[in-house]
Every structure is written in structure tokens, then in C-alpha cells.
Design a protein around this ligand. Sequence first.
Ligand SMILES: O=C[C@H](O)COP(=O)(O)O
Length: 178
Amino acid sequence: MVITAKLCFFFLQKINSYGKIWEIKRLRIALIWFIRWVFGGTSQGLKVIPCVGETLEQRESGSTLDVVAAQTKAIADKVSNWDNIVLAYEPVWAIGTGKVATPAQTQEVHLELRKWIHNNVGAEVAASIRIIYGGSVNGGNSKELATQPDVDGFLVGGASLKPEFIDIIKSATVKNSS
Ligand SMILES: O=C[C@H](O)COP(=O)(O)O
């Protein structure tokens, strides 16, 4: 079973904006417990796709790499078995908006994530972990994104419900032929 924790992070980001409301605080605590439960499950074989990504404001202020590093650290602190983790980079501004990160932006972040894992988790995990991209991937942009050396796959939302999904799947041939 694969569980994505991205919704949790999304809601936590939203909740952070309104954190003074008592009920929201209770929900926040519940979500934190849920995240702990999810990552605790990785030690028992549960597969998890945690997602990291910056808001548009963070990208424009130049803090993208710091933001995703901090998010990855929060994840790494909870992970006991990296074999059960696929890490996804999903810029918040690209999710469901039709605005996709450029191949260069994607590669920059994925490379940085792999370096972070190398330096903080280990060389073996850095070499083997799959780092996938999500955020307005479609049949027209997947092939070029797939050419990036540190892009190991995609987390596809809207386009997975359309015929073009087959083109996204076919972009894997870019990897296989390189
Ligand atoms: O679950 C998928 C991701 O949130 C990306 O969604 P999207 O491809 O519709 O932007």
C-alpha cells in the first residue's frame, strides 16, 4: 500500500496561517500524530511518498532550497527504513495550476535533495532513492522533465485521468534509453 502524506503537509501549511484558532490547533496536533503514525509504519513495510515543495512566495524570495531541505529534514527525522520511501518534489504553486516547474528548476531541486540525503542520511540511500516530480505534469511536458538526470518519475494528478496519461508513461523510455 502506498500512502502519500502530501495532503498532511498541505493542510499543515494552511493551518500554520490560522494557527491561533483553538480548533485548528487540535486538528494540527491530530495531523502531526497522523504523520508520526504514517512514518512509523515505514518500519513495518508501509510505503510512503512524502512530498516537499515551496510556495510561490518562497520561490520568489529565493528560499526554495532552504525550504525543501528543512522539509526533508523533518521527514528524515521520522524515517527508519528508506527502502519504503519515494520522495516527491511538488512545488505548491504548480499543483493543479497548469504551471509546471521548468526542467532546470526541477533538476536543481532534485539534485539538492539528493545531495541533502547524501550528506545527512548516506551515500547508498542517496544513490538508490527515487525522487519524483509532481505539479501539472502532462503529456506535453513530461518527456523533457524526464530527461533531467535526477528526475526519477512523476506524481501525476489531473493528467492521470486523461488519455495523455499514456504519453506520460511513455516518457519513461527517455530514462531507459539514456
Ligand atoms: O497528486 C498529484 C499532484 O498533486 C499533482 O497534481 P496535478 O498533476 O494535478 O498538478
